[in-house]
Design a protein around this ligand. Structure first.
Ligand code: COA
Length: 165
């Protein structure tokens, strides 16, 4: 077994559970990471905006938000939320855990709990890793468009992917 194989997430090393208030400080730190924001083409939320965003999300019955545990420790989060009239998914993995299959396995677990279809995802076309995660989970590219700048996103080209079944 290679070192890479030993550090890869296995089916049962990744779990998802409801987000708890104690997870939020670590999640706040994850979303500040410069390299992660460059990859996702996002602008990190301030503490005030982050707290308000997650307070709203966690009491919104149309949002399913899960902490991702890797070998029992918080490694990221994955969620399903309404966006432009369709349920959409998003996820974020703490940088030290990239490349172990964690996002793919966590999204597969979410897709067992969230059975709504179709499901969308919006991804910067430069984010090859996220496109690959979605494609491994059965999403297909439905279109590409320019996304304008906002408080949360720099302007970028984004792909819209859909999971039909
Ligand atoms: C994108 C992200 C979620 C991926 O998480 P991860 O746990 O490393 O993903 P996985 O290990 O499950 O899968 C990554 C896949 O992308 C591939 N990959 C990595 N970098 C790539 C690149 N530049 N281009 C194409 N594929 C790439 C990996 O090889 C792997 O595919 P494989 O299993 O076929 O080898 C993680 O990097 C992250 O949180 N980034 C910052 C936030 C973000 O971008 N969120 C998504 C916003 S849409």
């Amino acid at each position: 077994m290679t070192v890479d194989e030993m550090s890869s997430a296995t089916d049962d090393s990744v779990q998802i559970r409801d987000i708890e208030p104690e997870d939020l400080p670590r999640m706040f730190q994850m979303q500040l990471d410069t390299e992660s924001n460059r990859m996702a083409v996002t602008i990190p939320r301030s503490a005030e905006v982050f707290d308000s965003h997650w307070a709203d999300a966690l009491r919104d019955p149309t949002v399913t938000a899960k902490a991702i545990l890797l070998d029992g420790a918080l490694a990221g989060y994955v969620s399903c939320f309404p966006c432009e009239g369709r349920a959409s998914v998003g996820y974020w993995i703490s940088r030290e855990h990239w490349g172990k299959g964690t996002a793919t396995q966590a999204l597969r677990l979410l897709l067992r709990e969230v059975t709504t279809r179709p499901l969308n995802a919006h991804v910067a076309t430069s984010n090859g890793a996220s496109l690959r995660v979605l494609q491994k989970c059965g999403f297909v590219v439905e279109g590409v468009r320019m996304s304008p700048a906002s408080d949360r996103y720099p302007a970028c080209e984004e792909a819209i992917l859909v999971l039909k079944e």
